[in-house]
Structure formats: structure tokens, C-alpha cells
Design a protein around this ligand. Structure first.
Ligand SMILES: [Zn+2]
Length: 527
């Protein structure tokens, strides 16, 4: 349960502002202030990872000498299965400037020693009272973003010469669907008011102009909420670079995929780019039977055994039953009873995918916005993310995707838990609740707060007796009569304590998906 992981369940962590500042300052003067507040600040020793890196560089160099290294065929060291580590804690200095995030154990100790204050509960941020950023060693962190339509994965990690160590994983749940629905509803109400015999509402049609780069509000929201999260992370952590998954597959890596064959485009990564390309081209379904949501194999339309090439124009996607029953039979024979399907497949196979870079306006808008933030923005393709994930034996999740975006040689650690931040909005502007026909049903009060609480605040309710006796922590929904809803229970406002003001998100902590063993994942061999 929220607000924090069990590792942080200490008295001081629960009570922001415990202890007096003066007492702490006196203590901190006695203590010799070093530069260590967290692991990131301790002196650098050569870790096994770095040794791997130097080995990697050496072997890559040799491979280059032999003319084997291609951009798509990176020599990968013997990567161990990533460690599962605790979600890190953001740390600020006494003026609120970000320091290197630390482990929860360290945060717990700092809080217990009175060297830190709880700055924020979710995500957990502490503030050191005896440290300035100028006296600290800050290595910096990087942020990976894997944008999706409903969910965007965000990962905060350290980058040590291509080796990443995940510190914090956040999954932003977008509310594009709700925004779309609300806009639709509003349009319908207005439409009705124009046609119904009611107060005059001027006709409005064909009188809108849209600036270039305009995005629908539901799409704009995805960009905005991701940017908001990046801005927040920059306040809490020393972010030095951003990695974004920009396109599904990298056309430049394929170089006219319809013409040159796969065999000329060596490398494991290339295979992933082709697969993503085919998924897009054949709409993620079996070309022969149209099956969806099933594992799809890459199928040679003209079988390899009868001289079919590896060119993308000879490749399609087939579900496993179709793939097996087709076997090495010619496609004409396999589809003898379905001439129209055959015709369609043959025509489509030859036609290259239009706008093959999968122009996704939202992703590009996000890219432009990120570039405007002044940080270096590095981009990668979806194919590359997938390739990285499978190399490191990581399962599919939005946050693991975010950790694997772009060029990465190794992933040393993955946070055990993720923070799910569901976009909830900040209430509605309209003070009238309507029935399904748009007629007023009830009116909301002018003020949002009731007894000092507003809907969306994070509260702790201690219910002394009754069916729901006990402690409940969650997002509160207020009612004028003072009978609130906290999580799944109702209680009086008098039992509630405010933990954190509403910030437009509902937070939840969840386990990261278990990742399969490295053996299951295809780990490429060095050439
Ligand atoms: Zn099929």
C-alpha cells in the first residue's frame, strides 16, 4: 500500500518534520561532513562492470580490425542477469537542489540520524539539512522514455559507459480516452443547445483554424503529462540526458528493405528492425488467416527451399498453425482455395510500407518538446529497444522498455518495484453535473476544499471502530457533508490526516514483471 515501500516504514519517514532543525544542525556540525550521503557519492572503484566494459572495448576494437564490427552487431560482453534492486530515493540538498539518488537503506539512516527531512512522500524525496550540492559529488542520472498510447514508461538510471543501472521506474497512465470522451460529450451538449429550442448559441462550423503541429487534446495530453513528469524528475534528480524511443523501426538501418535482402544487412539488431517493420506492414496479424493476438512467425512467401529470398518483399507474418501447415509448400498451393487472399498477399508483399518510419505525431511532438528542455535528447527505435531487452533477458514492460531505449551495452540493475502514476486530472471546471441528456442534475460547490481536504489528496484515515476499523491510506474523494471516501472505504473527515496534496496523479506501487532467465533470451555471440 502507498505511500512508501516497506523499507521506508520508519517513524521519521512517516512524520515529515520530526525532530528540530536546530538540534540537527548542531549535530551535523559535530560530524565531519564528507561527500558521502549515498552510494553514488562514494569514491569510485573499478567495478566488475567497468572491467567488462574495458574488455568489451578491447574486443570491439579487435573486431573492427578484422572488419567484423558493424553498427548493428555490437560485441556484447558476458552480461549477467540484471540484479533486482530496491527503488531508489530522490535526494535534495538543503536548498532543494538535486543530489544523486540513494538506496532506501541509506535514506532510512539519514532520516533516523536527523540529517534529512521528508521532502515529499510519493515519489519519495528526502532533503538533506547539512549538505549543499557544491560540496557533493553528483554523478548525474539519465532518463529513458518509452512512449505508448495508454501508458508511458519512464526509467531513471545511471549510465556508466553504456552500462545502465535502473534506479527508479515510473509508469505514467494517460487519460487520453477520458479526455476524448469528455470533449465528445461537451460537443454533443453544445450541438443540442444549438438545435433545441433553448437560449441562442451561435452556429459554429467550418470556422476553426488549426496551427501547424496541432494535436488533438487527448494526444496533446500525452506529450504534456510526459513533459510534466520529466520536469518533476529534473527537480528531484540530477538529470543529464534523455533517451526517447522515437520510431518503431529504423528505416536507415534497413536501407531500402524491399530491395536489398536480409543477408546483406547482417546483425541481430537488424532482425528486430525487420520484425517491427513487418508487424507494421501486415498490421500485426497472420497474413493467411487474419489471426490476431497470437504469436506470429516470419514466413517466407516463396519458401527458401524453392529459391525464395530473404528480402523483406518476400516476407510476411503467419500464425504458428498457418506457418506449419504451409511448411515449404509454394504459396499458390497453400492458398489454392483462397485465391483472393493470395492475390492480396502477393500485391501487398511487393508494395513498400508508406511512411515507413511510422510517423507518430505524438512521439515527434514529444521529441520536439524534450529538445526544448535544453538537455541532450538521444533517440532509439522500437526495434532496438526490443533487441536490447531480449539481449539482457528482460521481459516486456513499459518501464523495462524505458530502461532499454537506445544504445546500451549492459543493464546491471532493475528496480524491483515500479511507481504507477495514473493521470487523474484535477477535477472539472464545470460546476454542474448533468444527467445523460445534458440536463442539470446537481451543482458542485464553488470551493474544492472540504474541512481542509480536496479530492485527490493523499490521506491516511485511522478508523477507530466498525466494519472498516484500521488504517487506510489513499486518495480521498471529498463530500460536502464531511463523509469522505478513502480508497475503498467511507469515513468521517475527522479520521483523516493529510499526507500529500493532490498533484493530478493517483499513485500505486507495483512489482516489476519478472524477467525470464538469460537462457530463454537470445543472447548474441561475439563474432
Ligand atoms: Zn494464420
Amino acid at each position: 500500500m502507498l505511500p512508501q515501500s516497506p523499507a521506508l516504514e520508519s517513524t521519521s519517514a512517516d512524520k515529515p518534520g520530526v525532530g528540530t532543525k536546530r538540534g540537527v544542525d548542531a549535530r551535523s556540525q559535530i560530524r565531519a561532513t564528507g561527500v558521502q550521503h549515498g552510494r553514488g557519492e562514494t569514491s569510485q572503484t573499478v567495478t566488475s562492470d567497468e572491467k567488462h566494459h574495458s574488455a568489451r572495448t578491447a574486443s570491439a576494437g579487435q573486431a573492427e580490425d578484422r572488419g567484423l564490427a558493424t553498427p548493428y552487431n555490437i560485441v556484447v560482453p558476458n552480461i549477467a542477469v540484471p540484479k533486482r534492486t530496491a527503488q531508489h530515493v530522490f535526494v535534495l540538498d538543503k536548498h532543494g537542489q538535486p543530489l544523486q539518488p540513494c538506496r532506501p537503506a541509506r535514506a532510512r539512516k539519514l532520516l533516523a540520524d536527523g540529517r534529512a527531512r521528508v521532502h515529499r512522500l510519493v515519489p519519495f524525496v528526502i532533503r538533506l539539512v547539512d549538505r549543499e550540492v557544491a560540496d557533493s559529488q553528483v554523478l548525474g542520472v539519465e532518463v529513458g522514455i518509452a512512449p505508448g498510447s495508454k501508458v508511458t514508461g519512464v526509467s531513471v538510471f545511471t549510465n556508466n559507459q553504456g552500462g545502465r543501472e535502473g534506479l527508479v521506474s515510473i509508469e505514467i497512465g494517460h487519460r487520453g480516452q477520458q479526455i476524448h470522451k469528455k470533449m465528445q460529450q461537451r460537443a454533443n451538449y453544445r450541438r443540442r443547445r444549438r438545435s433545441a429550442n433553448l437560449r441562442y448559441r451561435a452556429p459554429r462550423f467550418n470556422n476553426r483554424t488549426r496551427p501547424s503541429g496541432w494535436l488533438a487534446p487527448s494526444l496533446r495530453h500525452r506529450v504534456d503529462s510526459t513533459m510534466a513528469m520529466v520536469a518533476r524528475l529534473r527537480r528531484w534528480a540530477p538529470v543529464t540526458a534523455i533517451h526517447q524511443e522515437l520510431v518503431r523501426f529504423d528505416m536507415q538501418k534497413m536501407q531500402n528493405p524491399e530491395i536489398s535482402g536480409v543477408e546483406y544487412q547482417q546483425g541481430e539488431l537488424f532482425g528486430y528492425e525487420v520484425r517491427e517493420y513487418l508487424l507494421e506492414k501486415w498490421e500485426r496479424k497472420c497474413a493467411y488467416c487474419g489471426a490476431t493476438h497470437t504469436p506470429l512467425n516470419i514466413d517466407h512467401i516463396r519458401p527458401r527451399s524453392s529459391g525464395g529470398s530473404n528480402r523483406v518483399s518476400n516476407l510476411t507474418l503467419a500464425c504458428i498453425p498457418c506457418n506449419q501447415s504451409k511448411s515449404s509448400n509454394p504459396v499458390e498451393e497453400f492458398l489454392v482455395n483462397k485465391p483472393e487472399v493470395l492475390k492480396k498477399i502477393l500485391a501487398r508483399a511487393k508494395a513498400p510500407l508508406k511512411d515507413a518510419a511510422a510517423v507518430n505525431s505524438t512521439r515527434w511532438a514529444l521529441y520536439q518538446a524534450l529538445k526544448g528542455s535544453g538537455l541532450p535528447v538521444l533517440v532509439g527505435s522500437g526495434g532496438r529497444t526490443k533487441w536490447n531487452r531480449s539481449r539482457f533477458g528482460l521481459a516486456k514492460s513499459h518501464t523495462l522498455d524505458a530502461l532499454c531505449v537506445g544504445e546500451v551495452d549492459a543493464v546491471a540493475a532493475v528496480p524491483k518495484t515500479i511507481l504507477v502514476a495514473e493521470c487523474m486530472g484535477r477535477g472539472s471546471y464545470s460546476r454542474t453535473r448533468t444527467d445523460k441528456y445534458g440536463f442539470p442534475r446537481l451543482y458542485l460547490p464553488r470551493t474544492k476544499q472540504v474541512h481542509g481536504f480536496a479530492t485527490g489528496d493523499l490521506v491516511r484515515a485511522v478508523i477507530p471502530k466498525g466494519k472498516h476499523a484500521g488504517v487506510h491510506v489513499g486518495r480521498v474523494a471529498v463530500r460536502s457533508r464531511g463523509w469522505f471516501r478513502v480508497g475503498t472505504v467511507d469515513c468521517s473527515w475527522q479520521h483523516c490526516t493529510l499526507l500529500q496534496r493532490a498533484d493530478g496523479y493517483e499513485y500505486e506501487r507495483r512489482e516489476e514483471v519478472p524477467f525470464p532467465s538469460r537462457l530463454q533470451a537470445g543472447v548474441p555471440t561475439a563474432p
